[in-house]
Design a protein around this ligand. Structure first.
Ligand code: SRM
Ligand code: SF4
Length: 557
């Protein structure tokens, strides 16, 4: 086998892992280190967790000849991003007992806890399990948390469409019982046939796999950033089916021209559930069989499609499903932002979208958000939904209970916290980055809020303070806060330095391009000052900042 086609080391680890068991049990028993064995670090990802260390403390610990300060991040599987109040209470307690205490809402509509030490992983998973929560397949080379447009008040068919997130998640779950054996002490299965997995076999996918469902007119899930994007087609108040788009993915690597972000390509329309699930399943089997297993940088579905061609992929898909896809139905997205404040749906239930800066639920010097949400959960009168913009919707509140929930939000100044924030801040998101992300080249969630303070001053200066332009920051080009699909994207290149991207549209249907490379804060602000002035002076009526930057030729079309 040529070096080029040699399977990557992760491929061997997966196949030798005995259906994702690896030597995790032994790793957990080793009390000498807070780390787990290297191969197991790859395997535990499939169980929804990452080994990390506190990067702020690396130097200090190295100077004292101490091991890194290892801990684990655990991410929950929440198709469509939904929790009952009882489950929120459980998450609140588990976060307080076993992690840093911060409940982090992710850009994929779920939550994760950081800073869990090795001996606390098992108690954490057990506690989640008691609350009927799990973290299976939220990381690793497998289908991840399935997204669905989050705001029920926006579509009378939300419940019907939302149910598909669960169906798809279940369809693509791995068959292995390793999670239950390792973390929940369930009996070891004797007959391995019980966990034979016709979809994933013993090699799983070449790379992570992501699916989202959007309900127009809102593309809050950034549907085209996914390996499979499903767009609900609703006509005359009825769900007619889904447009399907494949091959989205936003990551690239600085300096590696073979890598690039790509939006998903529309391939057709399916009208019923059976066909939809069959099509999804076979898209995954083709990626399993044809995806690049040698170079992980080129292993996502987008590269498989570009290597073999979209027409080839569709033909192979139709061969495997036994039916042809119908032509794509025209749809329109008009927004991507969250609908803050109170909204009512057609049955009279109420929804309050809370602004959660960069998804971090905690009590700090400005607002006691975590305590407020605890009080809301204790009433038992509201569900919790997460958005892909890292916010939270207090959901499904009956008319008779609204005043009670509102008074809690008022008491803890959550109404003010949400409503008084500027449009730009409310439309900004950042990835985790430092100190836990091992891949971060620059700060993101710890830095963006202070940069937004300064951007707000510039917007004010140019009379643009109502402008809800979409600003996103990531600490590296992996794109976890989808910065390359923003109107203003910051992509970390090194400490305090970012590439500035412009030209993305407001609804997530056009990627941005690099405008300036490797600039620091003063150059960022100087540049934005000039750009905002030009935009303020020369924009057309209703022209968004992203569209203007393109028309002004600041970045190539
Ligand atoms: Fe991500 C890796 C955090 C959404 C593309 N991502 C990571 C890791 C796990 C770093 C690592 O590999 O060790 C980060 C953990 C940081 C930490 O300390 O928590 C991380 N990604 C996140 C989250 C938490 C960002 C956030 O602040 O919300 C998001 C969790 C989503 C979830 O709940 O599942 C998150 N990651 C995304 C997205 C956005 C999306 O999916 O809509 C992307 C871009 C879309 C895409 O997949 O193309 C994204 N993350 C990546 C990549 C690049 C993958 C690739 O195709 O090359 C990596 C690196 C990797 O996989 O090797 C990565
Ligand atoms: Fe880490 Fe980069 Fe993802 Fe940010 S974009 S969380 S820095 S991998």
């Amino acid at each position: 086998m040529s070096e080029k086609n040699k399977p990557s080391p992760i491929e061997k680890i997966k196949q030798a892992s005995d259906n994702l068991r690896g030597s995790i049990k032994e790793s957990l028993r080793d009390e000498i280190t807070g780390a787990i064995r290297e191969d197991d670090q790859a395997v535990v990802k499939f169980h929804g967790m990452y080994q990390q260390d506190d990067r702020d403390r690396r130097e200090e610990r190295a100077a004292k000849k101490l091991d890194r300060l290892y801990s684990y991040m655990i991410r929950l599987r929440l198709p469509g991003g939904f929790l009952t109040p009882e489950k929120w209470l459980a998450v609140h307690d588990i976060a307080g007992e076993n992690s840093t205490g911060v409940i982090k809402i992710t850009s994929r509509q779920t939550i994760q806890l950081h800073g869990i030490i090795k001996s606390n992983i098992k108690p954490t998973i057990k506690a989640f399990n008691e609350a009927k929560l799990d973290s299976i397949a939220t990381c690793g080379d497998i289908n991840r948390n399935v997204l669905c447009s989050s705001h029920p008040a926006q579509s009378p068919l939300h419940a019907e469409i939302f149910a598909y997130a669960d169906k798809i998640s279940n369809l693509l779950m791995p068959k292995t019982k390793a999670y239950y054996e390792i973390w929940l002490d369930e009996e070891q299965i004797v007959d391995k046939k019980e966990e034979e997995d016709p979809l994933y076999q013993d090699r799983y996918l070449p790379r992570k796999f992501k699916i989202a469902i959007a309900i127009p007119p809102n593309n809050d899930v950034d549907v085209y950033a996914n390996d499979i994007g499903l767009i609900a087609v609703v006509k005359d108040g009825q769900l007619k089916g889904f447009n399907m788009a494949i091959g989205g993915g936003l990551s690239s690597t600085h300096g590696n021209t073979e890598t690039y972000p790509r939006l998903a390509s529309p391939i057709g329309f399916v009208e019923d559930e059976e066909k939809l699930l069959k099509t999804i399943y076979e898209i995954v089997t083709i990626q399993r069989d044809y995806g690049n297993r040698s170079d992980r940088k080129l292993a996502r579905l987008k590269y498989t499609i570009d290597k073999y061609g979209l027409n080839w992929y569709i033909a192979e898909l139709e061969k495997r499903t036994g039916f042809a896809l119908a032509p794509v139905v025209p749809i329109e997205f008009t927004e991507r932002a969250d609908l803050y404040g109170w909204q009512q749906n057609e049955t009279g239930q109420w929804y309050y979208t809370v602004f959660v800066e960069n998804g971090r639920v905690l009590d700090d010097e400005t607002v006691a958000l975590k305590t407020a949400l605890l009080e809301v959960a204790k009433t038992g009168k509201a569900n919790f939904r997460f958005t892909c913009n890292q916010n939270l919707i207090i959901s499904d509140v009956l008319d008779k209970d609204k005043e009670n929930i509102n008074s809690i939000l008022k008491q803890f100044q959550i109404l003010e916290h949400t409503e008084k924030r500027s449009a730009v801040r409310k439309n900004s998101i950042a990835c985790v980055a430092l100190p836990t992300c091992p891949l971060a080249l620059a700060e993101a969630q710890r830095y963006l809020p202070s940069l937004i303070d300064k951007i707000e001053v510039l917007l004010d200066k140019h009379g643009l303070n109502d402008n809800g332009m979409i600003v996103r920051m990531t600490g590296c080009p992996n794109g976890c806060a989808r910065s390359v699909a923003a109107e203003i994207g910051f992509v970390g290149t090194g400490p305090g330095r970012y590439n500035l991207h412009l030209g993305g549209d407001r609804v997530g249907a056009r990627l941005n391009k690099i405008y300036k490379e490797n600039i620091d804060e003063s150059e960022i602000l100087e540049t934005l000052d000039t750009l905002f002035k030009a935009y303020s002076d020369k924009r057309l009526v209703d022209e968004t900042f992203g569209d203007f930057t393109l028309r002004a030729n600041w970045v190539p079309a």
